[in-house]
Design a protein around this ligand. Structure first.
Ligand code: DQQ
Length: 574
């Protein structure tokens, strides 16, 4: 419940509205049409028809539709000085209709660029956005916008508050070190809170701001959190998770049944790290149970950045989206005419042990399923593989589980101080071990010249088992000049108790893998030249000396989704 004083302020605020400044708009007609079919454009991952895209901005559910805004350069396939917020809507988070550009650089407070930000649904079901403007003096400031017409189901037009910026660059902070306001949360004292990412002398900072009316913001005396040596924090996200349920929690919920996640993007590393902790709004104290260090928890141990989550009230879940950059060169992007995709939407919740988050592709993917292939109780001996037939291997969702016997035979590895990514690249998919490598060969050519290997190795150390998950891109393409870094991370499961599960979404040039039921996620971008269309194959494989049993395997061809197509432009205007 909102205290009366706050409610009154809100009513005044809602009645008066903001002083409006019109944004520049591009019409759907001026959005470029789809380029000719290219093998590396995706079929069910979000991307615009062409040009550069990066961070998801202001995702939200409002009156029957999901809205997704994103960083967009309407003029070309590379990041640009002037960035815009493009806008799409969806009924199911799968098929998306493109709308006009929502925010364009135009006013003194965002003349140079409109950078990332977040949505908040105010009481009375009124969405607003805070975003970073780069102003005419090249300073990063925080601005407020609202929909022009709340009865437009698409919320096509957005207007800028004339009193912008609502938050100025703090004293002592460099002009380009202050950005990416979060979704706001409201505490029982009637004050909204947001954090904004920053740094000072390489100390990453989440500045905390409070407001009673969403217009006047004041900085709290101490940041919500800060960690020396981590560089600027981009796109912070701060949200509660239930300690005892996989459901999502709305952002303002604070009680003893929740813990709070603080996620920050480390610009210097282009990776999203998170902490889980306890938050007390009375003294604005956030105490993470795991401090941020480079070896700690990440949403995804591959290519996955600038993520943002939102609460979906319809399905009572928290959804996570992220930008997945290209692994090819800028010259390649110019030739393709586009760059960047978004990860497939994931549900996110706290694991039972309360030490990490779990992520899983949203169930709506099933609406795209076509034919299914299944395998049960298939033993894979040393050096064997099993081709998964009857599906389209370059557009597929595949799940499988491995059971291991004779675990006492596992090789030894002391994981302390070990960099799992390094182990994965030194012991790539071609290096025989005892338990492992076993897993999937995705986007493989028939002779395996090209393959992206997602695999496990199991080790033992002092009576404990250690599961390593790797995504090896070293043979993903015959092309040179690509970033083929191998990724890796440990999976917190006990193979004595649990089977080792892997789920992988394969979509032309993106391979998103979920190990241990979503405890460890690795996303890769790959550009096969041979393993495309019908020439792409999918195998389960075992290259370890110990045999492994596939207890269950299911794979589904995934149909092309209608994402920002011309067909959907028409639908929006009906
Ligand atoms: N991308 C935006 C910034 C943000 C960065 C600019 C993260 O607001 O910090 O496009 O990728």
């Amino acid at each position: 419940m909102m205290p009366t004083a706050t409610l009154t302020l809100f009513l005044i605020f809602l009645t008066l509205g903001f002083h409006h400044v019109r944004s520049n708009t591009l019409t759907p007609e001026s959005l470029p049409s789809s380029p000719p079919e290219q093998p590396h454009r995706t079929a069910f991952h979000f991307q615009p028809p062409q040009n550069w895209m990066n961070d998801p901005n202001g995702p939200m559910y409002y009156n029957g539709l999901y809205h997704l805004f994103y960083q967009y350069n309407p003029s070309g396939p590379l990041f640009a000085e002037h960035m815009y917020w493009a806008h799409s809507v969806s009924h199911d988070l799968i098929n998306w209709t493109p709308l006009d550009i929502a925010i364009a650089p135009a006013e003194p407070f965002d003349l140079i660029s409109c950078w990332s930000g977040s949505a908040t649904i105010l009481p009375g079901n009124k969405p607003v956005m805070l975003y970073t403007g780069i102003d005419s003096e090249n300073r990063q400031v925080q601005n407020l916008i609202e929909p022009k017409n709340l009865s437009d189901p698409y919320l096509r037009e957005w207007v800028k508050y004339t009193g912008n910026p609502v938050i100025n660059l703090p004293d002592g902070i460099q002009h380009d070190d202050f950005r990416d306001p979060t979704t706001a949360w409201l505490a029982d004292d009637g004050k909204w809170r947001i954090i904004v990412g920053s740094q000072k002398d390489k100390k990453g900072i989440a500045f905390l701001y409070q407001s009673e009316d969403f217009v006047n913001w004041s900085m709290h005396e101490s940041p919500l959190h800060e960690v020396a040596g981590t560089g600027i924090w981009e796109c912070p996200d701060f949200f509660p998770v239930w300690v005892d349920s996989t459901n999502g929690v709305d952002t303002s919920v604070m009680n003893s049944r929740v813990k709070h996640v603080l996620k920050v993007g480390l610009f210097d590393y282009q990776k999203d790290y998170y902490m889980i902790g306890d938050y007390n709004f009375v003294n604005e104290n956030y105490v993470p149970q795991n401090e941020l260090t480079l070896g700690t928890l990440r949403y995804d141990y591959g290519k996955y950045y600038a993520s943002k989550s939102f609460f979906d009230p319809v399905k009572n879940r928290r959804i996570l989206l992220a930008w997945v950059n290209e692994s090819d060169s800028q010259a390649d992007d110019v030739a393709k005419g586009w760059s960047g995709v978004h990860s497939f939407p994931r549900s996110i919740w706290l694991d039972k042990k309360q030490k990490q988050l779990v992520q899983w592709p949203i169930k709506e993917i099933e609406t795209l399923y076509e034919n299914e292939a299944t395998v049960q109780n298939k033993n894979l001996e040393d050096g064997s593989s099993h081709e998964i037939l009857g599906i389209t291997a370059w557009q597929v969702d595949v799940k499988l589980s491995f059971k291991l016997n004779n675990l006492e035979e596992a090789e030894k590895l002391d994981p302390s101080g070990v960099d799992p990514q390094l182990v994965c690249s030194e012991m790539d998919a071609s290096k025989k071990g005892k338990f492992g490598p076993f897993g999937l060969l995705a986007l493989a050519s028939h002779d395996l010249t090209e393959q992206t290997a997602i695999f496990f190795r199991v080790f033992q150390n002092n009576g404990r088992y250690i599961v390593l998950m790797c995504s090896d891109q070293s043979r993903s393409s015959t092309r040179n000049g690509l970033d083929k870094t191998t990724y890796g991370a440990f999976v917190d499961i006990d193979p004595q108790q649990d089977e080792i599960s892997l789920r992988t979404l394969i979509d032309h040039s993106i391979v998103e893998s979920f190990g241990g039921g979503g405890k460890t996620c690795i996303t890769a971008r790959v550009y096969p030249t041979l393993a495309i269309k019908d020439e792409a194959h999918l195998f389960a494989f075992n290259n370890g000396t110990e045999s492994v049993l596939i207890t269950e395997l299911s794979a589904w061809s995934v149909k092309k989704a209608r994402i920002n197509t011309e067909e959907n432009v028409g639908r929006a205007s009906q």
